[in-house]
Ligand binder design. Structure first.
Ligand code: 5GP
Ligand code: ZN
Length: 117
């Protein structure tokens, strides 16, 4: 498959602010912004600033992976998701991944079903 290079990756353009997303939080390593097509009252994407294709590729960068998850926790707290929230890495096309820059979905503000469709 043709993995995008950072220069034509949408989320790299967000990280560089060539395109400005609706940012909710940021660290040196990660950026959190609202999903353009929210699936819950809170739907934020947390991305590592490093371009990696998916969560598996992020796993070898342990500090960045930890930073993404901890920023997701901070976003959930800031959004008041005291009743719980869902974190999802869609990994690969069959799982529904459409943007091939790793991103952690933070979903909350409504009750969730399991398993997802
Ligand atoms: P995936 O399906 O790859 O797990 O998730 C990609 C997510 O990126 C989707 O939830 C989709 O709505 C979101 N998305 C796609 N294009 C844009 C965009 O231009 N801006 C923002 N904020 N989110 C986007
Ligand atoms: Zn990228």
């Amino acid at each position: 498959s043709e993995a995008p290079t950072p220069s034509d990756c949408l989320f790299c353009r967000f990280v560089s602010r060539e395109i400005e997303p609706d940012v909710v939080a940021e660290t040196d390593r990660s950026l959190a912004f609202r999903d353009i097509n929210p699936q819950a009252p809170t739907h934020v994407l947390v991305v590592p600033k490093r371009h990696v294709e998916n969560a598996g590729a992020l796993a070898v960068h342990a500090e960045e992976l930890a930073d993404v998850v901890s920023l997701a926790r901070d976003v959930a707290a800031a959004e008041g998701l005291d009743g719980g929230y869902r974190l999802v890495f869609n990994t690969g096309a069959e799982a529904g991944q459409t943007v091939f820059h790793a991103h952690l979905h933070v979903l909350g503000g409504r009750s969730m079903q399991w398993p997802p469709g």
